[in-house]
Design a protein around this ligand. Structure first.
Ligand SMILES: [Ca+2]
Length: 462
């Protein structure tokens, strides 16, 4: 193999919103180590998941394909590992490959990880404390805190790997996923701090589709086990919400601080081993997350906080330090991009594009100007309505199709279809649906054409 093939260290957490990373937003928490990847490489401001849910995003990242193509449209559909994935292609091309931590794509049969020389993953969601892990099919309980353990195992594997081969390792943290359990050492961090609430915290969902009103993921609905306690007596409804929000955001951010520490450990390891120059380092999350925006926690919606994935990447040989990209990238693009860097061809076309040239600071003339999104689950947990839509640099058109056929969880739950249009330039917080505003009729027409074009392009049939 060519000595020029880079290593890839792909670090991904679960439900880590860009708002909770200081290179994106300074109001919540300091993440010096994740920021370091951006400072020494590129920060991507417009990276989107194409189905904002854990398992589907993971399946898309592995295959480069949309949910309907890779078979993981919702949380209940196991991944079929016989299909083409980028780790498999790299392994076949001489890479040594590994995955540590969260897999969440089913277990046993054809759903165990494939394309990895070594894997050690949580069953399903996994536990924060003393988690059971499955190492190459064998269950073992490991003492400690999940985020530290995943990093320990990753460093252990890097020490043992075959130095003759380039490596690709996926380090997948469980944190900061619900139930947001922080490590013991950080359980009192931020104890005396009061975090600001986001601008749309008290969203009342007027001028919007019913879908927003129906969603069952409001801060006030957080359960006792989520906020690890009962609100003091005598509080007003708003005070209970505020109390819950502080409990929620503090535990969430405690988990984030621990992730950032562990990202730092891996970066230091690369420095110590002289690997930093030859290794592409990525930090991302499987989707975004609501941290009180629109009064919510969780994800699923095509709204910005849930759609946007944080994404920073360092590769000193090609990416200028401190650079920023605003180009629209989707999680389908990750697989073709890594293959491009490694000089490996996919066997059949993936539904994503390599953004290697964008990372070099040059945007290809024919780069996409619209992103297609689809959330398939219909009125399952959190009561979010199935929808698909298109986002351009200025507009977002969402169709809540309400069709009980061919969607997950939809049996006997038909709904009146509804549309939302947001003008992101005038209304970046997505508070006013302009779909019925005649001033936007022409825009709506054009966006529907784009939507239909993308649905055809990606072979969407329902
Ligand atoms: Ca997730």
């Amino acid at each position: 193999m060519s000595a020029k093939q880079p290593n890839i260290l792909f670090i991904m957490s679960d439900d880590h919103s860009a708002q909770a990373i200081s290179t994106y937003n300074q109001t919540l928490v300091d993440t010096p180590n994740i920021d370091r990847i951006a400072d020494e490489g590129m920060r991507f401001d417009n990276v989107y998941c194409t189905n904002s849910l854990c398992a589907p995003s993971r399946a898309t990242i592995l295959t480069g394909n949309y949910s309907h193509e890779n078979g993981v449209r919702g949380l209940s559909e196991p991944f079929d590992g016989r299909q083409q994935t980028f780790p498999k292609l790299l392994q076949e091309s001489g890479y040594e490959t590994a995955i540590m931590g969260k897999w969440h794509l089913g277990q046993g049969g054809h759903s165990d990880p494939t394309g990895f020389d070594h894997w050690n993953v949580f069953p399903d969601q996994g536990d924060y404390y003393d988690p059971v892990m499955i190492e190459m099919g064998e269950e073992k309980q490991i003492k400690g805190y999940a985020t530290d353990i995943v990093t320990d195992l990753s460093i252990e594997w890097l020490n043992k790997r075959n130095n003759e081969k380039p490596f690709m390792m996926m380090v997948h943290h469980k944190a900061p996923h619900r139930p947001w359990d922080p490590p013991e050492k950080y359980k009192d961090l931020f104890a005396d701090k009061k975090f600001p609430v986001p601008k749309t915290y008290d969203d009342d969902y007027t001028n919007r589709a019913n879908a927003a009103k129906m969603a069952d993921m409001r801060i006030e609905d957080l359960k006792e086990e989520d906020v690890k306690g009962v609100p003091p007596e005598g509080l007003s409804q708003q005070e209970v919400k505020d109390w819950k929000y502080q409990r929620y955001i503090k535990d969430y951010l405690r988990c984030v601080v621990s992730i950032d520490d562990n990202v730092g450990r891996l970066l230091e390891y690369l420095d110590e081993q002289g690997l930093a120059e030859d290794t592409i380092v990525v930090y991302t999350s499987d989707q975004g997350f609501f941290l009180g925006e629109h009064g919510w926690y969780d994800k699923r919606f095509m709204y910005e906080e849930s759609l946007q994935m944080p994404f920073v990447m360092r590769y000193p040989q090609e990416i200028a330090a401190g650079s920023v990209s605003k180009d629209m990238i989707i999680n389908n693009d990750f697989a073709p991009t890594f293959l491009d860097y490694c000089g490996v061809k996919a066997k059949e076309e993936m539904q994503g594009e390599s953004f290697r040239t964008i990372a070099k600071g040059e945007k290809p003339d024919d780069w996409r100007d619209a992103v297609y999104y689809r959330y398939w689950e219909h009125l399952t947990i959190h009561q979010v309505t199935a929808h698909y839509g298109v986002r351009t640099d200025r507009y977002k058109l969402i169709y809540y199709y309400g069709d009980p056929l061919d969607v997950i969880g939809a049996v006997n739950k038909p709904m009146e279809p509804e549309w939302e249009l947001f003008d992101l330039e005038k209304d970046p917080l997505e508070l006013k649906n302009e779909y019925d505003n005649p001033d936007y009729a022409e825009t709506v027409g054009k966006l529907k054409e784009t939507l239909n074009h993308l649905r055809k392009k990606y072979k969407e049939t329902v």
